[in-house]
Write a protein that binds this ligand. Structure first.
Ligand code: HEC
Length: 306
């Protein structure tokens, strides 16, 4: 079973990779019961298909053997061997209801245009029944969806799903504040691992414009108390996540996970007051922290990586 899981995981990752956000942790796939259900169902479907193919093949072999034996018997008895029409031929006859070529004369219409004549064939039964079925379905649909409104239309289905998802988010947020990190719930991370992670992100990505020491270059100086967009953890996180339109500060929300953005925002706030040499002149307004910033406690930290 482990091997099978591994193979499916490989297949899934190969096309799921595009949809994965960067903060997806491995193994999460097996925690999702619905996904697991689909994988199991898909696996059983393939197995069932294989069994059916083998069974059909065996049946075909049996048919040939039986036909052979019947021909042998007919030969011995000295009668002509007449083959039973196959189930396929019978099915075709039922579905199409065509008149055999030998009996065509019975449905020939009497006009004749230079040798071109016309057969008065029926509509194929499969088509006729599908047509009648679709009319019945249409009546049912009209009544159920538009008259009694007992079944939800697509827009209602969508709204129901959104409502359910919103309820889930609300519960999740209530159960562990910090598990969903966004502009409203972001907090200052103070533990060494988080800050080290933030430093790595800052040095890799942000330093090209803000300098490794935060002194500012293309982007503003991040070490002084002057901010164009506010200096609280929420302000900084918001700018990192959404960027500043029409400037070189792009939105990092798509590239960095919320936790990584929280870490890098927290790290850059540790650069406050470091006074690096040749720093850029202050831009924006003086920001005086109103109260102590909310800090990520260790318990919340562990929940954050859920
Ligand atoms: C391509 C250059 C560039 C990169 C890369 C960049 N920034 Fe910026 N950043 C800017 C510019 C330009 C501004 C000023 C935007 C404005 O005029 O409001 C800015 C503004 C900011 C501000 C607001 C400063 C203030 O005064 O309010 C913060 C915070 C910030 N950047 C953080 C980051 C972080 C964190 C990263 C890395 C994830 C990053 N930046 C990457 C160019 C960049």
């Amino acid at each position: 079973m482990k091997k099978v899981k591994a193979i499916f995981a490989m297949m899934l990752f190969s096309f799921g990779a595009f949809a994965q956000s960067s903060n997806a942790n491995e193994g999460a796939i097996w925690d999702d019961p619905i996904l697991l259900f689909y994988i199991t169902a898909g696996f059983m479907f393939v197995v069932a298909l294989l069994v059916i193919v083998v069974a059909l093949y065996m049946l075909q072999v049996l048919r040939y053997l039986a036909k052979d034996a019947a021909m042998e018997r007919a030969k011995k008895a000295g009668v002509e061997f007449v083959e039973e029409p196959s189930w396929w031929a019978k099915l075709n006859q039922k579905l199409y209801g065509y008149v055999p070529i030998e009996k065509e004369e019975t449905i020939m219409l009497d006009h004749n245009y230079d040798g071109i004549r016309e057969l008065d064939n029926h509509l194929p039964p499969w088509w006729k029944w599908l047509f009648i079925g679709s009319i019945i379905w249409g009546v049912f649909y009209l009544i159920a969806y538009h008259v009694t409104s007992s079944l939800p239309l697509q827009i209602d289905e969508y709204q129901n799903e959104v409502a359910v998802a919103e309820e889930q988010i609300r519960k999740l947020k209530a159960a562990n504040p910090g598990a969903v990190i966004d502009e409203n719930t972001v907090m200052l991370a103070t533990d060494a691992t988080a800050l080290a992670d933030g430093k790595e992100t800052f040095n890799n990505i942000c330093s090209s414009c803000h300098r490794v020491d935060g002194g500012g270059d293309i982007g503003p100086n991040l070490t002084d108390q002057y901010w164009k967009h506010g200096g609280s953890i929420k302000d900084v996180f918001t700018i990192v996540k959404n960027g500043v339109p029409n400037t070189n500060m792009v939105a990092w929300g798509g590239a960095l996970s919320p936790e990584k953005m929280q870490n890098v925002s927290s790290y850059l706030l540790t650069l406050q007051g470091t006074n690096p040499p040749n720093a850029k002149a202050p831009e924006g307004d003086l920001y005086v922290p109103e109260a102590k910033e909310p800090v990520v406690s260790d318990t919340i930290k562990t929940q954050a990586s859920l």
